[in-house]
Structure formats: structure tokens, C-alpha cells
Design a binder for this molecule. Sequence first.
Ligand code: SAM
Length: 253
Amino acid sequence: MVSRFVIQGDFRSGALVLDGPEFHHMVRVTRHQVGDTVRLFDGTGREADAELTFVTRHSATLAVGNVETIPEAVGPRFSVAIPLPKASRAGWLIEKAVELGVSRIIPLKTERSVVDPRNTKLDTLRQCIIAASKQCGRSRLMELSPVVSWSEFLCRECPDNAVNVAHPGGVPFNSSHVAQSLAEAEEQGRSQKKKIDPEMIVAIGPEGGFTIEEVTQSVTKGARLVSLGPRLLRVETAAVMMASVFLSAQFES
Ligand code: SAM
């Protein structure tokens, strides 16, 4: 597979000078040389092949070919609202979410959240999104939303989207549940003449779990409680499992 590099700013056919971290990755880490072809993308679905034509100590010049727009995937989107776990586990979560096609991660602040992600942490996680997208061939970057409180999250997303709250004792979160929730959300969208497909959003609690009040609040707002089986999963495992179930439900339909 051709190596992929992300570019920011103006992206068009012709000469492009690349510096900074992507130059470093292209020339110092993956050791590309003049004459090599690489793939460039801008994270919004635009991609192009480019030939490396000139290299200096701090920059590379590329001849960018035809810039194509990769069509956006049709169908329902899947997002994860989650209190971010600590550093390396958050990086792992982000990497797997990108690979599994998650549309957005919504960092949650709940009663028992322990990690309060500051801007610097979110910036580091954005670098993880870029690295994972380069590796897995994703053209559109996964969105990392600003941190939101549980109440704000519920007010914003219920009842327009299919919000499923992972909580022991809920209904099994399997592919038939996904298909049924999406069908109901689509029906509701049609009756309200909405133009975009519904989004399935799963909400996962912190290591200490949701409080009873938070669970009750979500049900009152129209969210569904879903179970992930008999064992208690860590938050990032729960996210990966739910994204996998959603993905396999799309393959089956
Ligand atoms: N002591 C907590 C409790 O009893 O709720 C455990 C929390 S668990 C480590 C973290 C979060 O992952 C939970 O709040 C829930 O959202 C999700 N989760 C983990 N395992 C689950 C399961 N088997 N069923 C439903 N949700 C689960």
C-alpha cells in the first residue's frame, strides 16, 4: 500500500511544499526519496497521488496529481459518547474507533468521571486520529467533539438520534437491536421530514459506572439501556465491542 500523509490548507494539483511533522514522517521516518509516489489526503475526503520531486533539510516539494473527492459513505452513522480513560488507554480507544469507522467521539463528563481532558490531551488525541487514519486508509477524519456534561449531552442528542446507554441489565446490544433502533429512528426522521440519516450514539459510563440518577435521566429523555453481556467491560472495550456490533449489523443488512 502507498504511504499516506495528511496535508492542511490549500490542496490542489501542482507543486506543494510540505514541512513540519508530515515532512519528518515522509522523509526521515518512512525514508521516501525523490521519485517516490505517495498518497496525500486532507481529512475531509479529498485525496491525490503525489510524486516527491525535491527534498531539503526541512521541507519536501511534491507534484500533486488530480485531487479526487472520495464519496462519503451512505447510511447510518455511529458515534460514541464516553468519559475518556487515562492516557494510553484513550489513545488505544481512539485508534480502534478510527479503524472501525466511528463518526465522532463525544468526551463525556459524568458524576463519577475521573479524567478531565484538557485541551492539550484532546490535541494529542487528534494526532492519534490522524495517525490511525493514515494507517487504515480513512479519508475523512473522525470528529473529536468538545467535552460535554451528561445533562447537556442528553438534551442535545435525545430524542433525534438513537441513543443507547450501556448499562448492565439493559436489553442485549446485538445486530437485531441495532437494526430495530435504526429503523425506528429512520421512521421518526421521515415523519419529521428530516433529510439526513439518523445517527446511532452509544453512551458508555466511567469506570465507576453511571449513577442511578444519570441512568434515570437518560431513560426519561428517551434513551435505551443496553447490555453488553455478563462480564463488566472496561470503557474502551465496551466502545470497541459496540462499534463492532454496529459494523457487523451494517454488513448483514
Ligand atoms: N462498577 C461499574 C458498574 O457496576 O456500573 C462498572 C462500570 S464499567 C467498568 C464502565 C462502563 O462500561 C459502564 O458504566 C457501562 O456503560 C459499560 N459496561 C461495561 N460492561 C458492561 C456490560 N456488561 N453491560 C452494559 N454496560 C457495560
